[in-house]
Design a protein around this ligand. Structure first.
Ligand code: F1P
Length: 345
């Protein structure tokens, strides 16, 4: 809510984003955008790839900063780089920014921590204002990053004239309703706890999603790994047949992120494929979806929203699931082993 407050002014059709607003010409005319980040921030970047390409029609590349910094990437002064980091101190992201800056690119930062090293190193940027992350694993930082990126994509699409005015306003109004929808969804906590009780001893988990919810599958798997130490893989659901399908048996819980979308029928077939191999399906679905409810072992419902904003909602039950499983396994959810809040080396 804090991320959106003050940035949505539907009556003027304007989104003001501090530094980003000042540099808007640069980003509106960009021929491509390169997004860099690590861990959860990289996942937010992947959601942004769908947002920027779908809404603003700008080609986007998303790179792990930890890989990008050691490559010899082709970057010119025409490039716009968006660096995403909760802490603003991640050494890999900082090094990648310096590399792109040396090559003349314009760098935007999306950080949570005001005055952090990354915020200072970038030309312009937006703070997520998600408040302090108490735990090491990013949770609200992810949704806040996606909210900022959605605002940017909308604004850029508007300025590039590639979005119908009516659709633009419709999406702004929808974005405004997201905080309430998230609050409502927290009511699914009891269901997440119940499912966690049943699967807390599983050795592996598979997470599947399509389109906007493919990065959410990656993020759901990462949260489970980070805080409950269960091996989990996230995959685009369409990739299942190219390998991961071999893993599915009655011991494999498969979390399928399947809200109503352009690829709904496709994801329904993916669920059938998992069930045909006796996998256990935990599906995140739109309110009142009786078709998937008939096939899946468990469903968690989310409020209806525009497909482009669905990651803001589908992420929440996955975070709750990881949280409950970790607590039930006796793990310290705030301070997981081997992980640091800011990875500064
Ligand atoms: C990146 C990150 C987090 C993860 C953990 C380790 O941090 O990979 O996503 O949850 O805290 O660091 P940041 O650059 O977003 O601060």
């Amino acid at each position: 809510r804090d991320t959106l407050r003050g940035r949505l002014l539907p009556e003027q059709g304007l989104i003001k984003m501090g530094g980003v607003f000042e540099y808007r010409e640069k980003i509106v005319n960009a021929e491509r955008i390169i997004i860099i980040g690590c861990g959860t921030s990289w996942h937010a970047g992947l959601v942004a790839e769908y947002l920027f390409e779908d809404l603003a029609r700008i080609p986007v590349e998303v790179e792990y900063a930890s890989e990008f910094r050691y490559r010899n990437p082709v970057i010119t002064e025409k490039d716009v780089v968006i660096a995403i980091s909760q802490s603003g101190e991640t050494a890999d992201t900082l090094a990648a920014i310096k590399l792109a800056k040396e090559k003349g690119a314009t760098i935007f930062g999306i950080c949570n921590v005001v005055g952090s090293s990354i915020a200072r190193e970038t030309h312009a940027g937006a703070y997520t204002h998600a408040g302090p992350e108490i735990g090491v694993a990013s949770t609200k930082a992810f949704t806040a990053q996606v909210a900022v990126l959605a605002l940017m994509a909308l604004r850029i699409a508007h300025d590039r004239g590639v979005l119908k005015q009516s659709y633009y306003h419709q999406l702004l109004t929808e974005l405004d309703s997201i905080p309430e929808k998230i609050e409502k969804m927290l009511e699914s906590d009891a269901q997440a706890r119940h499912i966690s009780e049943l699967y807390k001893d599983a050795q592996n988990f598979l997470y599947l999603g399509r389109g906007f919810n493919f990065p959410v599958a990656l993020e759901g798997a990462l949260k489970l790994k980070e805080i409950s130490y269960i091996h989990a893989e996230g995959y685009p659901a369409a990739e299942m047949k190219h390998g991961p399908i071999a893993l599915i048996d009655e011991n494999m819980p498969v979390v399928v992120i399947a809200p109503k979308s352009g690829q709904y029928e496709k994801i329904v077939s993916n669920i059938q494929e998992v069930k045909a191999r006796n996998g256990k399906v935990i599906a995140v679905v739109s309110n009142g979806d009786s078709e998937i409810a008939r096939m899946a072992d468990h469903v968690i419902e989310i409020e209806e929203t525009a497909e482009v904003f669905s990651p803001l909602l589908t992420t929440i039950p996955l975070q709750l699931l990881s949280y409950h499983i970790a607590v039930m396994r006796g793990c310290n959810v705030d301070q997981p082993r081997n992980l640091a809040k800011s990875v500064t080396v």
